[in-house]
Design a protein around this ligand. Structure first.
Ligand code: ADP
Ligand code: MG
Length: 348
């Protein structure tokens, strides 16, 4: 099922939780919406599921309008499954009965229900837990029951609102892998919501970065990381330092820039105009210089991360410290020579 939103707005009093949100999610895609708490992610998911009315704009599922212009198709007619952060399983029913519940309420035949439940439990690797109660399962297993129940409904589309937020870090990465497998097995269009950019990058075919009710950028994870289109996106996705530079000239997406008295070549959007600009430097853009060239830098702070050190260095004439990764120890006050091997000029 494809999902299409055109200029969807939803206000609570004077606050626009969704501000002209437009999105197109292709059939079968794993699409992640990432943004800080309170930016409108849950409101977006609820609007798509039909749990929240919209004030303006249109929503269609597989080309069929479901919301907008006085129309509001109720959730049960939208054929989308929703998995929330709290698993919302029936505590008095065993796993099999929990998964069977939506099928039974829809009036499916007993034998068909039993077969479908077995299939869905197999997809989430819980076949042998069919008789257990939710209380006898781990958090990750309960989350998988919720996924199986979602699958059982035959939903071609699954909406997930921070489903891993309650899990401990170890379980989270295991569940991330399982979600990828689940997605491949079910083929369901998946809209996954998270405030965790790391999770978004790990799971998504495409990511939308949301901020204060608006979508700032939609791209695949690597493009988002390498070519963010704004300071906000650059700051939210991955780690970086932003430094003021001057663009001297641009040709075919490469810019010659002047920075701390040195001329460098870095990537930039096509048609970047000469003049003052902002350069995005990721930790991997900075390396120790092998010769006498490069920049003199002073170590401000180091953090050991297991096998490598995060090192904050300052360059003369530059206010903000730059973050780089070293695989040897450095101490505050040390001087280094470093080279800038890549970079990305943000569009103005
Ligand atoms: P997120 O899921 O990104 O944390 P939400 O979509 O839950 O954000 O909320 C977005 C904004 O809308 C927040 O400022 C929140 O307080 C507000 N909001 C959400 N639901 C309601 C509601 N039912 N009534 C009033 N304000 C709401
Ligand atoms: Mg939320």
């Amino acid at each position: 099922m494809s999902i299409h939103l055109a200029s969807v707005t939803r206000s609570f009093g004077a606050h626009k939780a969704l501000n002209k949100v437009s999105l197109s999610i292709e059939d079968g895609m794993f699409f992640v919406v990432v943004g800080p708490s309170g930016c409108g992610k849950s409101t977006l998911l609820r609007a798509i599921a039909g749990l929240e009315p919209i004030d303006r704009g249109d929503i269609s599922l597989d080309g069929q309008p479901v919301a907008g212009d006085g129309l509001h198709v109720p959730p049960e007619q939208r054929q989308v499954g929703v998995v929330f952060q709290s698993y919302a399983l029936w505590p008095h029913m065993n796993v099999g009965a929990n998964v069977a519940f939506p099928l039974e309420t829809a009036g499916a035949k007993r034998s068909a229900v039993s077969e479908r439940v077995a299939e869905c439990l197999e997809t989430v690797a819980l076949s042998e837990f069919r008789q257990r109660r939710p209380a006898e399962l781990s958090g990750g297993q309960r989350q998988r029951v919720a996924l199986a129940r979602c699958l059982a409904q035959g939903a071609g589309t699954v909406l997930m609102d921070e489903p891993l937020a309650n899990l401990d870090p170890h379980l989270r990465s295991a569940m991330e892998e399982e979600l990828a497998v689940f997605h491949a097995a079910s083929g369901a269009t998946t809209l996954f919501i998270t405030h965790d950019q790391r999770e978004a990058m790990a799971l998504a075919d495409k990511v939308a970065v949301m901020w204060d009710g608006e979508i700032l950028q939609v791209a695949d994870p690597d493009t988002l990381y390498r070519r963010p289109l704004s300071k906000r996106v650059a700051g939210f996705i991955g780690r970086s330092t932003l430094v003021p530079v001057t663009v001297l000239r641009e040709e075919a997406g490469a810019a010659e820039i002047s920075f701390a008295g040195v001329t460098l070549e870095v990537a930039c959007p096509e048609q970047t105009a000469p003049g003052p600009a902002t350069l995005l430097l990721r930790p991997e853009h900075l390396v120790l210089a092998t010769g006498p060239h490069g920049f003199a830098a002073t170590v401000q702070k180091t953090i050991y991360r297991g096998g490598y050190w995060e090192v904050f260095v300052t360059l003369e004439g530059l206010q903000d410290p730059l973050l780089m990764i070293l695989n040897r120890k450095a101490s505050p006050g040390d001087t280094l020579r470093l080279e800038i091997i890549r970079g990305w000029v943000l569009p103005e």
